[in-house]
Ligand binder design. Structure first.
Ligand code: SAM
Ligand code: SF4
Length: 389
């Protein structure tokens, strides 16, 4: 079954642009904190009505990309958000500052699109790492990237205060890489990963998506390689977040299949779930077949089963899109327009309140594996590249 998501592929404006254009003032857009939310003095953070508190901020710095991964973007690209609608570097830094200093965020991850395409990235990273959380620490500041060009920038990013890199790589075969991404750049990605590790941006985590009849036979090779290079490999189930509606649940390579494939070459032992915390990855200890259970470990591997075993109950994320919309969840369609407020001249505390109010309504779970939900408004109105993966 192929599911058309109805995601508008050609988007020329953010949801808020119409409201700004219609002459609404920032004051019109301010709404009081929900009456059922505890007062700010009792709960200053990004609490939601299901009892979770978001402390992990994903910031998308652009919706553009220099690859065209088939599960993420059509070969011709998308209709990129106009520059005037994107937050400026100063605006991004102001919102991150509010998140860290007033809302309890202690982890900031830059993403996109491809965040390395953002010219001001080093400056934004430096400003972020100079912030202090309530307990006086610098927020953990990381980057999710396709690693193109990272070999030239890893050292500067590390000096700016970046602590870690998550990179995406689905295959080690150059022809397959070109088939999946529509670009012949595997060697650049490998150079970027090495440079990140050498610059101390580790542990470098590598995210891989397996696609039916494309790279679904490559899980053991990818793991062998990652163990050898000292990278932490994580397989991600393909999610229904592509803009062209190509996701097909019956074709998805799920977590169970990934684990079965890895078990053909490795012995896997699950890490106790108590160690997982709010991390989306289920971790497995890796040994050679036949090794004793307490024998030498080669390393670990993660599986992010976003579709078949969603981790919504432990979700601690809040998202800011490149055009200044807060999203409570990667899935769903609700966005809250901080850009209009910010450009309308409201105070930091009013922005903080708007963010608190947005997160209070976060849904309990996304239900993307529920056939009844698919196509009935539960899925996002923007592709992953525009939300920030
Ligand atoms: N361009 C950067 C990159 O590729 O790492 C950052 C943005 S990308 C949207 C972030 C992550 O989302 C990547 O690891 C990518 O593999 C993953 N991703 C994109 N579309 C996906 C989909 N439909 N299902 C699962 N993961 C997806
Ligand atoms: Fe670009 Fe990342 Fe999407 Fe691939 S997954 S097209 S690298 S944004």
């Amino acid at each position: 079954m192929s599911v058309a998501l109805g995601i508008p592929r050609l988007r020329t404006s953010a949801p808020a642009a119409g409201r700004e254009g219609a002459g609404a003032t920032a004051a019109d857009l301010l709404t009081p904190l929900p009456a059922d939310r505890p007062p700010v003095t009792a709960a200053p953070g990004l609490l939601d009505k299901h009892g979770r508190t978001a402390t992990d901020l994903r910031v998308s710095l652009t919706d553009r990309c220099n690859l065209r991964c088939t599960y993420c973007m059509p070969p011709e690209g998308l209709d990129w958000t106009p520059a005037s609608q994107l937050l400026s570097d100063d605006e991004v830094v102001r919102l991150i500052t509010i998140a860290v200093e007033r809302l309890g965020v202690d982890e900031v991850r830059f993403t996109g699109g491809e965040p390395l395409l953002r010219k001001g990235l080093e400056r934004i990273v430096a400003a972020t790492s100079a912030l202090r959380t309530a307990d006086g620490r610098s927020p953990e500041t990381s980057l999710t990237t396709n690693a193109l060009g990272l070999h030239r920038r890893a050292a500067a990013l590390a000096s700016a205060g970046l602590t870690r890199v998550n990179a995406s790589l689905d295959t080690l075969q150059p022809e397959r890489f070109a088939q999946i991404t529509h670009r012949d750049r595997l060697h650049d990605v490998l150079a970027g990963l090495r440079a990140a590790a050498d610059a101390g941006l580790g542990p470098v985590k590598v995210n891989a998506v397996l696609l039916r009849d494309t790279n679904d036979d490559e899980a053991p090779d990818l793991l062998e390689w990652a163990l050898r290079e000292g990278y932490q490999l994580r397989f991600i189930e393909q999610m229904p977040l592509d803009p062209h509606g190509a996701w097909d649940r019956s074709q998805m390579v799920d977590a169970a299949e990934v684990l079965a494939s890895l078990a053909s070459r490795f012995q896997l032992t699950p890490e106790p779930s108590s160690v997982r915390g709010s991390s989306p990855a289920e971790l497995w200890h890796v040994r050679r077949p036949g090794a004793p259970a307490d024998g030498e470990e080669l390393g670990s591997v993660g599986v992010i089963a976003s579709v078949t075993r969603p981790f919504c109950a432990d979700c601690d994320r809040t998202r800011l899109t490149a055009d200044g919309q807060v999203r409570e969840c990667l899935f769903g369609s609700r966005e809250h327009d901080l850009r209009a407020l910010l450009r309308g001249g409201v105070t930091d505390e009013q922005l903080a309140d708007a963010w608190r109010g947005a997160m209070w309504g976060k849904v309990a779970g996304h239900g993307s594996d529920d056939p009844a939900a698919v196509g009935f408004g539960q899925l996002p109105t923007r592709p992953m590249s525009a939300i920030g993966g």
